[in-house]
Design a protein around this ligand. Sequence first.
Ligand SMILES: CC(C)(COP(=O)(O)OP(=O)(O)OC[C@H]1O[C@@H](n2cnc3c(N)ncnc32)[C@H](O)[C@@H]1OP(=O)(O)O)[C@@H](O)C(=O)NCCC(=O)NCCS
Length: 175
Amino acid sequence: MDAERTVPDGLEVRGSRREDAAGFVALMEAVAAEGRWIGRELPLDHDERREAFLAGIEDPEHLSLVVVRSEEVVGSLGLHHDGIGHAELGMLLAADVRGRGVGSALLAQAIAWADAHPVVHKVTLQAWPHNAAALALYRRHGFTVEGVLRRHWRRRDGELWDAVVMGLPVTDRQA
Ligand SMILES: CC(C)(COP(=O)(O)OP(=O)(O)OC[C@H]1O[C@@H](n2cnc3c(N)ncnc32)[C@H](O)[C@@H]1OP(=O)(O)O)[C@@H](O)C(=O)NCCC(=O)NCCS
């Protein structure tokens, strides 16, 4: 396994399993509670998130990965193929495992999955402009900024936030 994909001792990246659903929802709840990094905000609809997670595991056009520490879910990545070549990326890590290359290891696996699926020609994502760690991570893996959606997403407090749109065409890499 190359260095890009190595995670620190005690952590493991693996495909998601049905029994990870509760841990995934708890992780998303914790990150949503921070209020700064992901689109989801509290209160989280636990049933809806659980069903979406389980559907992602069943769907062969969806990549679902988790990072576990003694089977506790401390990270997750989802890559959802829309059926016409775009795979939308979402990822999140527990606060205490950030900044140690785990995001990089997860993302490398997702890009490898896209490379191996010729039906996918592009990986896409959105990030908040203030999310410096996410933007740095995506740039380092070859994503470029394709635009900014101005005052696009309404937060629960009524604020309208911009979103940075990034993309990674994978067809060149597949050739
Ligand atoms: C974004 C996230 C997935 C990144 O994963 P990570 O494991 O923390 O990131 P890594 O350790 O692999 O490093 C990411 C890069 O960001 C850099 N970085 C970290 N914090 C930074 C900061 N505050 N400002 C600038 N760069 C920063 C690191 O130096 C690294 O860049 P480098 O490899 O070129 O040195 C993770 O921080 C996270 O889950 N955050 C909360 C949820 C979230 O933001 N999800 C993404 C929504 S778009």
